[in-house]
Ligand binder design. Structure first.
Ligand code: CP
Ligand code: NVA
Length: 303
């Protein structure tokens, strides 16, 4: 049966750990120049309704490195953008492609697409979730810290798609996650209540960024205004002004804490330039790892 990756909930904890292990092997093979072509003769589609640098390039290059081909589908140039129904698009594309990454607005679009498609569908970001990014971040934590379990991870800022995926990851893997968000911008209610049930009280949402980062091993943040929320930018800048990852906040975490950001960043807003470029930042290693982790996903779903 085809397997999708619409959410980290689609993976068991064993499957997550096996993806992280596999990403490490694939990264080494690539660094050693060893050819590995499980996607030979296969084509990955990328249907993107929102902008992307990392997700698009890392999936395209990853598919090439695995011996496959890719085709980028933008709503500007396809009938998808002119309103061709999702069930029709999904059925048609399933007969040409062997897998598809979809970046879109609502999670329901992804679900409907996957319901009508006979090929694996991968969530390349929705308003609700960003599973490929958070799986990559777990891989980066494994590389830097050697483990995920037993760590305290802090999330500072918006209760957005990244925050929601972090909550699901924490409930699957059992690490401590404290999210500091303004009361008006909490993570998704149903994801929170489902995950807290799975994992006692190790997942908490607080107002105060200092409480979240105290003794943290990992500090995570993201833009205050996500794609599609541009109209709210001015009010968001006011609401989120105290949710900035800066050197004063970092000083409250463990001295060897790592700082993460999925990028793109707005330096001087959610994160300061000195922290982004400082010794605790793993942000550019994290961006590189999109390639390796997603190759593990492609191999698992399409190989
Ligand atoms: N982090 C991330 O998903 O980046 P892009 O929007 O550039 O793909
Ligand atoms: N939360 C951000 C992530 C970008 C990769 C957004 O959705 O725009």
């Amino acid at each position: 049966m085809k397997k999708n990756l619409l959410s980290i909930l689609d993976l068991s904890s064993e499957e997550i750990y096996s993806l992280l292990d596999r990403a490490s092997v694939l990264k080494q093979l690539q660094k050693d120049g060893v050819p590995h072509h499980p996607l030979s003769g296969k084509t990955l589609g990328l249907l993107f309704e929102k902008s992307s640098t990392r997700t698009r390039v890392s999936f395209e290059v990853g598919a090439y490195q695995l011996g496959g081909n890719t085709i980028f589908l933008s709503p500007r140039d396809t009938q998808f953008g002119r309103g061709e129904p999702i069930p029709d698009s999904a059925r048609v594309l399933s007969n040409y492609l062997d897998g598809i990454v979809v970046r879109t607005f609502s999670q329901e679009i992804l679900e409907e697409f996957s319901q009508y498609s006979s090929i694996p569908v991968i969530n390349g970001l929705s308003d609700l979730l960003h599973p490929c990014q958070v799986l990559t971040d777990l891989f980066t934590i494994m590389e830097k810290k050697g483990r995920v379990e037993g760590l305290k991870v802090a999330w500072i800022g918006d209760g957005n798609n990244m925050a929601n995926s972090w909550i699901i990851a924490a409930s699957r893997l059992g690490f401590e996650l404290v999210l500091a968000t303004p009361p008006t911008h909490r993570p998704n209610d149903s994801i929170m209540s489902m995950s807290i049930k799975e994992n006692d009280m190790r997942i908490r949402v607080v107002d105060d960024p200092e409480e979240a980062v105290k003794d943290a091993d990992v500090i995570n943040t993201d833009v205050w205004t996500s794609m599609g929320q541009e109209d709210e930018e001015a009010s968001r800048k006011r609401i989120f002004s105290k949710y900035q990852v800066n050197s004063d906040l970092l000083a409250l975490a463990k001295s060897d804490a790592i700082v993460m950001h999925c990028l793109p960043a707005h330096r001087g807003e959610e994160i300061t330039n000195d922290v982004m470029e400082g010794p605790n930042s793993v942000i550019f290693a994290q961006a590189e790892n999109r390639l390796h982790l997603q190759k593990a996903i492609l191999e698992k779903l399409m190989g």
